[in-house]
Design a protein around this ligand. Sequence first.
Ligand SMILES: [Zn+2]
Length: 407
Amino acid sequence: MPHTPTTRRAPDRGRSLLGPALELVHTGRAPTRSALTAALGVTRATAGAVAGELAALGLVTVDQHPIGSSRGRPSHRLDLAPDGPVVLAAQLHADGLTVALAGLGGSLGEPVRHPLPARTDPASVIGAIAEAGAELIRADHRRCLGAALALPNPVREPEGTAPAALTFGWPGDTPAAALFAAAMAAQDLGPRARRPLPTAVANDANLAALAEHRHGAGRDARHLLLVTSGHRGVGGALVVDGRLHTGSAGLALEVGHLTVDPLGRPCPCGNRGCLNVETDPAALLAAAGRPSDPTGQLLDQARELTRTADRDPAARAAVHQVVDRLALGLAGLANILNPDRIVLAGLHRDLLAAAPDRLPEAVIRHSLWGRCDQVPIAASALAHGGLVGAAELAWGPYLADPQGVAG
Ligand SMILES: [Zn+2]
């Protein structure tokens, strides 16, 4: 989308272009200076000055040798600076925690996984995440500019509280954002991290949707619905015109508590047969008559089961049962939200792979409008969407104002 021209003085205007320009390079939409010129809707000289300023901030590199292009004159390549700053991305799962450092461009370093600490109260768990993250930050040679945490529960905005942290039995309105900020502030982050380190916390499905929209299977979708099941429960999120739809208090799209079987399994929310308990790894393992070891890796066990569905009748029947319930939920969501793409992540991605025809057909069958055949259902493209999304959250202030990286 061309940048809206303004009547501000040139230096102000240049500054206001820095954020949009960095976002274009960050999302792969401006691999060259001429692509940047066209996307911003400015003159070549202005685009060159903006690219130069991003390079001076140490965020991008501008190749001095023009490269040929299929149309028009040669242009200069734009890349994200390989040794540019990083942020800490962290994710809490029902059965462990993961941390990674992330540069711009959706690039993620090797995620490091840790078991949960012995005590699972909020301060102990969030303290363990901060400690694991600080270890990565200290060991890296790049500047760390921020940290963000993906949580497997709703997060109320703007307070950053977890109103119903069902997974760990945390008390209502746990101050997750304040705990994370305090835990990071208490760490030794080495000489290169920004002090105090800006921190943020958000729901993992929301962050995965943002990540898929910017860097994965949701690119260019206008109304992207993401539904996912990690180790426990089901989450969802909606990205509208590039922004997360989070509702009035950050709690929108709690799709996990949509009823798909009124006589079904009890849900921690107090109802029965929620998508949350009918289409997650424990539900699939139970449908196949497999014991689910609560201390084991439920997601890995359930994924393995979907891969045996073509040769094991019990696994196939279980996959079909769970796929049909998922389809019921997706059809209801499509009726209400009218997305132009549905991305399935976590276990739901594996269910789509195991039933590539049955799932979309059942969504069409259950859709009120009978038009859901027009909604493509795609598998998520990112292996660690929650972490990539956490990085997006941490980069947010710098994408809005790249000059914030200085100092
Ligand atoms: Zn529920």
